[in-house]
Design a binder for this molecule. Structure first.
Ligand code: ARG
Length: 276
């Protein structure tokens, strides 16, 4: 069973990162990423997280798996279990055995949801308190999220995502603590929006412009929140709640539809999680 002395984050260097296919509206093969700049931005994020006192573990990059950098999708981590992803798009399906092997190598038990359901890891499953919130429809299936809730023995609230640009839950929802979260309301159907309002005591809404800067795709480390540049209103709202916002340019990864949170996976449990 893995044990962690400090906040521990999984990342994967962008050696083979690029825009090789189009599986979300941000991706266009005609808008390639700049390799050197992507590397510099990834190292900037890594350095900032290290400076905030996290321990960063690295997954070895694999040729022809450009999206392996988005380790948030590798699995949902709960205690010593990694619920490994089953990807919706064939381009990302070869990532699953790579993720499984990595989790085994560090002592996690791995579990896959039943065949026939898709589930894209912490990209679509986030704890806020004892509740597991799950984004579904675009990438993950509601059935897989209910299955996870039963496996873990917690309340699972599936949230329907309705805007293709916010295709993973972590692009439009970010728990800060057991009682506080950031969200982009138009990304959810009415029922999901109401479920969030009813169950999370403090919700900070971001506007359309900052949502498109991936404001919700933030990494929370204690009272520090790391996110892409260009989100000044959210930074102010975070300061009012007693958090420090740190911005770092991740523009090359937004070309693939990802930002700070997508590039990380917390291995010792998110700050906001009260695991049952
Ligand atoms: N290009 C990747 C995809 O479309 C980006 C994944 C971003 N990850 C995330 N957790 N939102 O699957």
């Amino acid at each position: 069973m893995p044990s962690f002395a400090k906040p521990t984050i999984l990342m994967c260097p962008p050696d083979f990162y690029g825009i090789e296919y189009e599986i979300n509206p941000w991706m266009s093969r005609s808008r390639k990423s700049d390799d050197a700049l992507a590397r510099a931005q990834w190292h900037g994020l890594h350095a900032l997280l290290a400076q905030l006192g996290t321990d960063i573990r690295l997954m070895t990059p694999v040729p022809r798996l450009p999206d392996l950098v988005f380790t948030a999708n590798a699995a949902l981590v709960w205690r010593d279990v990694a619920f490994v992803a089953r990807f919706r798009h064939s381009a990302r399906q070869p990532e699953t055995p790579v993720d499984e092997a990595w989790f085994h190598s560090v002592g996690f038990e791995t579990r896959l949801c039943p065949e026939g359901w898709d589930f894209e890891g912490a990209g679509d499953a986030l704890f806020c308190g004892e509740t597991l919130y799950g984004g579904y429809l675009i990438r993950s299936d509601a059935g897989a999220l209910q299955w996870l809730g039963a496996q873990i023995g917690c309340r699972a609230i599936p949230l329907q995502l309705v805007d293709d640009r916010y295709y993973h839950l972590d692009t439009c929802f970010c728990p800060l603590s057991a009682t506080e979260a950031i969200y982009y309301p138009p990304a959810f159907d009415d029922y999901a929006r109401q479920a969030l309002v009813d169950s999370v005591p403090t919700l900070v809404a971001v506007d359309a412009a900052e949502a498109a800067r991936f404001a919700c795709n933030a990494v929370v480390v204690g009272r520090d929140v790391v996110l892409n540049t260009g989100c000044p209103q959210l930074a102010n709202a975070l300061a009012d709640l007693g958090y420090r916002a740190h911005s770092t340019d991740l523009g090359e990864f937004i070309k693939a539809g990802g930002s700070a949170k997508c590039l990380t996976l917390r291995l010792d449990g998110e700050e906001a999680a009260d695991w049952p």
